[in-house]
Write a protein that binds this ligand. Structure first.
Ligand SMILES: Nc1ncnc2c1ncn2[C@@H]1O[C@H](COP(=O)(O)OP(=O)(O)OP(=O)(O)O)[C@@H](O)[C@H]1O
Ligand SMILES: [Mg+2]
Length: 218
């Protein structure tokens, strides 16, 4: 599904590349974790794979197509439709309800969200275990519940691949555990997941662990 080839990214002014000649392949339906010390390049690699940033050199192929040299319009479409991204900081809007946060990708500020999409949003909230919390605002939800809202929102457009950067990073063990269970369930239903984590135990439960050091996969 996704293949990175010789990917290099060096931030301006840095002595060494943050991502240094990385090759990897992720098959459809895989659950892959990326671990490594702070600063080893995990987030940078995830951002390149999910087309948030472009590498300096090398390529990323999604379903056989080079998405690094693709025009920004195609990369936008990938980010909006094919890829779901969640971060440690959940980026929920505090004055919107859980359901409204999930439906945010459909909101343009003018047109009301249609009944079908509303139902999709409710269904996703049910899927992540938040039935009955549709009207709650982020401040009324626990950290784990907020992360579930962020995951539901990331998936609202029907993405087949989820990129998660330390989705359990700010959660206590038990709450992180429940988010891992959710991700495991979504993967069992066919979602491809690439997850950065500092938690070796959670990484060990994924199908494959990639270890990064100084920008390389070791
Ligand atoms: N936007 C940026 N501009 C300049 N340098 C950056 C930027 N983002 C990251 N870096 C540098 O690139 C290297 C890799 O950073 P990255 O965030 O990918 O590491 P990480 O493995 O995700 O670390 P952490 O576990 O702390 O999140 C680090 O040396 C970092 O300082
Ligand atoms: Mg990081």
């Amino acid at each position: 599904m996704l293949r990175a080839q010789n990917v290099v990214k060096c931030y301006a002014g840095a002595e060494r590349p943050a991502v240094d000649h990385v090759d990897l392949q992720v098959g459809a339906g895989e659950f892959v974790s990326i671990v490594g010390r702070s600063g080893s390049g995990k987030s940078t690699l995830l951002h390149i794979l999910s087309s948030l940033i472009r590498p300096d050199s090398g390529s990323v192929f999604f379903r056989g197509r080079d998405i690094c040299s693709a025009p920004e319009s195609l990369r936008n479409r990938l980010r909006h439709r094919d890829f779901a991204v969640v971060f440690q900081q959940r980026h929920l809007l505090p004055y919107l309800s859980a359901l409204e946060n999930v439906l945010l990708p459909f909101m343009d500020g003018f047109t009301p969200v249609g009944a079908e999409r509303l139902e999709t949003g409710r269904g996703l909230l049910r899927r992540v275990g938040l039935e009955g919390k549709e009207a709650s605002r982020p401040g009324e939800l626990s950290g784990g519940e907020q992360q579930r809202v962020a995951i539901a929102r990331a998936l609202i457009r029907g993405a087949r691949a989820l990129f998660a950067d330390e989705p359990t990073g700010s959660l206590d063990y038990a709450t992180g555990e429940s988010v891992m269970e959710l991700l495991g369930g979504l993967n069992a239903e066919g979602l491809t997941i690439i997850m950065v984590t500092h938690n070796e135990e959670f990484a060990g439960r994924t199908g494959r662990v990639l270890r990064m050091s100084d920008g390389r996969i070791i």
